[in-house]
Design a protein around this ligand. Structure first.
Ligand code: BTN
Length: 264
């Protein structure tokens, strides 16, 4: 299942993200390659790196990400004037784009587990990874990567699923899926650049059932109980503890939040 670049280009023509697409049959990691592109090519803003498979795909906290053909593995380079703290909004924009693509086109409701896992029923179908470099308060680049199990799920990983298992289709086309994600990401990116990060987090919160609910949080080894109340202007999760305290939690911290999965 090799990506049909002509079909993809036709579907996203006129949009900024994907103005340049580099497509491979096998690559070590689209994320690592996109980082090297961002670091060496000053004109790489908007470039998309996609590969049929990854030999050394990786996820958050250095975890291995199994990436056989049939799934969608890609990374987008962003390299525009932006505050370093805005990077997290790009990952919210991407998880929202993936989640909305699933819900709009496949009659199955995707939802988000904080910070950026996309789940179908109780299992993970996709994950988002951001890699960035900053200079002072400014973002030099932010690479936003996504891995989506479209046509198969990694063997032996009990907590994962694939989109195809939730549809009646015999296969899911990579091109229309990627085109939809890039168009939605482009839209939310523009909103963030225009200062409307609140629009992105509001839509994101709608897809994240934990928001507005009581949660148990393990933060740096300390157990906290409280209400997942909002996302602040730095993209941090605001937890109002049962004692009334306000704790800000960023995805960079060593944190586990229980009870995020919807039992169905
Ligand atoms: C996670 O849930 O931990 C994030 C997974 C991100 C995987 C994607 S696949 C495309 C890109 N290349 C990588 O090596 N990782 C990301």
């Amino acid at each position: 299942m090799t990506l049909d670049l002509a079909q993809l280009r036709a579907a996203i023509s006129g949009y900024f993200f994907g103005k340049e697409i580099r497509s491979y049959t096998a690559i070590s990691s689209t994320q690592d390659y996109a980082i090297s592109v961002a670091e060496t090519d000053p004109c790489s803003h908007g470039t998309v790196i996609v590969s049929d498979s990854q030999l050394f795909g990786h996820g958050r906290r250095g975890r291995k990400w199994i990436s056989p053909p049939g799934g969608l593995w890609f990374s987008v380079v962003t390299k525009q004037d932006m505050k370093a703290s805005s990077c997290i909004f790009l990952s919210y924009a991407m998880s929202l784009a993936v989640c909305e693509t699933i819900s709009r086109n496949f009659h199955v409701e995707g939802y988000i587990k904080w910070p950026n896992d996309i789940l179908l029923k109780t299992k993970k179908v996709a994950g988002i990874l951001i890699s960035s470099a900053v200079q002072g308060m400014d973002l030099e680049y932010c690479v936003v990567g996504a891995g989506i199990n479209l046509n198969s799920k990694p063997k032996g990983l009990k907590g994962s699923t694939s989109l195809i298992d939730h549809t009646k289709q015999s296969s899911i086309g990579l091109e229309p899926f990627l085109a939809s994600v890039l168009i939605l990401f482009n839209h939310y990116y523009d909103e963030i650049m225009a200062g409307n990060w609140g629009l992105v987090t509001n839509r994101w919160k709608f897809r994240c059932p934990m928001m507005g609910k009581r949660v148990k949080v393990l933060l740096n080894g300390v157990q906290l109980d409280g209400l997942a109340s909002d996302i602040d202007s730095n993209g941090s999760l605001i937890l109002i503890t049962t004692g009334g305290g306000k704790v800000l939690i960023s995805d960079a911290q060593d944190v586990t939040i229980e009870n995020q999965i919807i039992k169905q």
